[in-house]
Structures are given as structure tokens and as C-alpha cells.
Design a protein around this ligand. Structure first.
Ligand code: SF4
Length: 386
């Protein structure tokens, strides 16, 4: 099946154009030249280098990755390469931060384009979370009571800044991924009466609903409003306090698209990522993390037809390599692109690698020692749950 070339929105065009500037000599190179030079630099760096590539990364970059996967799977690969001095993370900023938390002291984590951020992670700032925590305490929802159970347990999605993970770790909470979100919520409910879930309201709502928590026991906390824009009684009655954040890619999928694809392709199965809105999960046949989507589609009977609601590069890869004998379509016919992930270009990768050959390290991502400690606490709790 041919690749779906995403039709870019104005936001995406602007977002891609904001990438980190490169030295002149790295501009205007042909694909063929970059391919040869990246391969040569990689060979020369040998075991001192490991390249990690996220599933949503473009083909011209991911083909050079030693490991591919979702953000957590990639971060875990670091332990398997202790001899590497340089970890080049072809993903977005929060992923590089997690890698720096989990790597050995001598290892340097590098993000080829420092402008590759995540719109969802940017929706939760540490000052906003501090304010939220104080306002919850004013509502009588004391973070931790002497009995050991908490009125509120904070849980953050791995797609958040290190500062947010540190805050959560320090206050008895944990981190989750889209693969282990349900287990993490169960863990948190054993320790407290309600959960503050951030930054993605959709993952929080979809996971909690699947576990049997009704929608009327969930409220959305708007960090731009006083007390989240909520009445204290509403918050006290809630089991889930959902931070008002979302992924700009996955919220583009709609239930209407599912209706359309079912009409066009009778018998099609629809699978979506749990960062999509609740009504889209309800209209789909299945939902799960990127790893779950890959496994489900590639293990389905040959001849199956799938419409997939996630980032377009993964959908294209499923269609072309990962699920032979199955027909894979993007649920959005124009393809949903993560425009910040797309900022990591082969030009950036080449620049980083050739500079490393000269022992010049650019774009190192570091997390402060204090934040690292609390990030590890939060991540270790997550690992113990998994
Ligand atoms: S797909 Fe969404 S959550 Fe993932 S990196 Fe891109 S903006 Fe962030």
C-alpha cells in the first residue's frame, strides 16, 4: 500500500518551520548524500553510539535507529547498552529527559532538534501543578493523611516534563504509559480516594471508563481557571480529576470518520490510540497503545482490513512493513502527523553525528540531580506496578 502523505494544517506547517536552525553546510543536501554520510558516521562511532527511534518518527530517520518503540520501551533499552557514550534520541524532549533519568552517569543523551517538543507535555507547567495542589488542599483534599491513604494521588502520563514527574514522585504518585495505565490507576486507588491525572484528559477518561468508573465521577481541571474552574463539591465527589490537556494529533480523530470508513469499507475493523476523545474510543472496535496496535493488527487474520487512529508514520509502517497481508488505512484520510516529532530531520541527525566524530556534543538534554531523584522514584513505582 502506498504511503499516506499527510495534508498539513497551517498549525503543522508553522510548527515544522520552527525547527532548530542548522549550519549552512547541512542545508540543501540530497537524501542520497545524507544517507551515505549518516551511515558512515554511525559506523565510525561504533559501540560508543546508540540511536533510539520513536514509532512516530519519519522513515528517513528511523531507518538508522538501533532500537524502535514507544517512549518507555526505548528508555528501557538504555540499560542494554551501558558501553554507549552517546544516546541520540530521535523523538521529542520529554523522551530524552526520561532517557537521561534512566541512563548511567557517563552517558550523554542528545535530541537532534531541541525544538522537538510535545504539545501535550507543554500543557502542564510545574507552577500550574503547584497551584492546583494548593487549591486541592484548600478544598479539604489533603494530599496525605496520617492513616497513610491520600485524598488525592497524582498520576502523570510519561508524556510530561521531568519537572512534572518529579512533583508527582515527591508526593507519593507515579508515572504511567498508555500500555499500563489501567494497572497504574488500580495501584493509585489502593492508596487514595481519587486520582489527579495529567496531562492527558483523554487517556485518563478512557482508561478509567474502561475500568468501570462512570463519566459523572470525573471532572476536568482547567489550569487556567481559579480552582480549575470547578466547585469544591464537584471535586470532592469525583474519583478522577482530569487535567485539561490533550494530544494535538490524536484529538483530530472523530467518530464521524469511523462512520465514514465503515460505509466505505464494510467489514473494516477500527483500532485507535487511547489519547483520542472518549466518543471515538466508543465508536471504535478496539483501542490501545502503539505497541498494542502493532501487535493486534499484525496478528490479525490475513486479509483483514484495518482503519487505524494514530500518528501517520506508524500507520504507514504498519501498512508497508509490519502487517503484511493485511490492509491498513489511516482513520483520517489526510493522515495525522506529529509535527513536533517531524522536526527531527536527517539533516539534524547528520549534523549531530558528524559533530560527535569531532568530540563536539550539541543538544545534550539533562535533568537536574534533584528532579532526577524524584523522577526515578516515580518511574520505579511504575516499574514495580508493571
Ligand atoms: S503524538 Fe501527541 S503526545 Fe505524542 S509527541 Fe506528538 S504531540 Fe506529543
Amino acid at each position: 500500500m502506498a504511503s499516506i502523505i499527510p495534508l498539513l494544517t497551517e498549525f503543522e506547517k508553522q510548527s515544522i518551520s520552527e525547527r532548530q536552525p542548522l549550519p549552512e553546510k547541512y542545508l540543501g543536501l540530497s537524501d542520497a548524500e545524507m544517507e551515505v554520510r549518516i551511515a558512515a558516521a554511525r559506523r565510525a562511532l561504533g559501540s560508543r553510539l546508540v540511536i533510539l527511534g520513536h514509532h512516530y518518527q519519519r522513515d528517513e530517520v528511523i531507518r538508522f535507529a538501533d532500537y524502535t518503540g514507544d517512549s518507555f520501551r526505548l528508555a528501557r533499552q538504555i540499560a542494554s547498552r551501558p558501553e554507549a557514550d552517546y544516546i541520540v534520541f530521535c523523538g521529542v524532549h520529554f523522551m530524552a529527559e526520561s532517557a537521561d533519568v534512566l541512563c548511567a552517569p557517563h552517558q550523554k543523551v542528545i535530541l537532534p532538534d531541541l525544538a522537538a517538543g510535545c504539545s501535550m507535555a507543554d500543557m502542564a507547567a510545574p507552577e500550574q501543578l503547584e497551584t492546583c495542589w494548593e487549591e486541592l488542599a484548600q478544598m479539604g483534599l489533603a494530599p496525605r493523611e496520617s492513616s497513610g491513604t491520600s485524598a488525592v494521588v497524582p498520576v502523570t502520563y510519561i508524556n510530561s516534563a521531568a519537572s512534572i514527574k518529579a512533583f508527582v514522585g515527591e508526593r507519593g504518585g507515579t508515572v504511567c504509559t498508555s500500555s499500563n495505565a489501567a494497572a497504574t490507576l488500580r495501584w493509585a486507588f489502593e492508596r487514595g480516594e481519587r486520582i489527579l491525572f495529567l496531562p492527558d484528559q483523554h487517556l485518563g477518561r478512557n482508561t478509567a471508563y474502561k475500568m468501570g468508573i462512570p463519566l459523572d465521577q470525573m471532572v476536568v481541571w482547567d489550569p487556567d481557571e481559579i480552582c480549575g474552574g470547578l466547585d469544591p463539591d464537584q471535586v470532592r465527589a469525583a474519583k478522577m480529576i482530569l487535567w485539561k490537556g490533550h494530544c494535538s494529533v490524536h484529538t483530530r480523530f472523530t467518530a464521524r470518520q469511523i462512520e465514514g470508513v465503515r460505509q466505505q469499507h464494510p467489514g473494516v475493523r477500527v483500532i485507535v490510540h487511547p489519547e483520542v476523545p472518549w466518543d471515538v474510543v466508543q465508536a471504535a472496535d478496539d483501542s490501545g497503545s502503539t505497541e498494542y496496535i502493532i501487535k493486534t493488527v499484525s496478528n490479525s487474520p490475513e486479509g483483514s482490513v484495518w482503519a487505524v487512529g494514530t500518528e501517520v508514520h506508524l500507520v504507514n509502517r504498519l501498512a508497508q512493513q509490519l502487517a503484511p497481508g493485511r490492509t491498513v488505512l489511516s482513520l483520517d484520510q489526510f493522515g495525522c502527523l506529529c509535527s513536533t516529532m517531524f522536526r527531527v530531520s536527517p539533516n539534524h541527525l547528520l549534523w549531530i553525528l558528524e559533530e560527535l566524530l569531532e568530540s563536539r556534543v550539541h543538544n545534550q538534554v539533562t535533568v537536574s540531580a534533584d528532579q532526577k531523584h524524584w523522577n526515578r522514584v516515580a518511574l520505579d513505582r511504575m516499574l514495580s506496578i508493571t
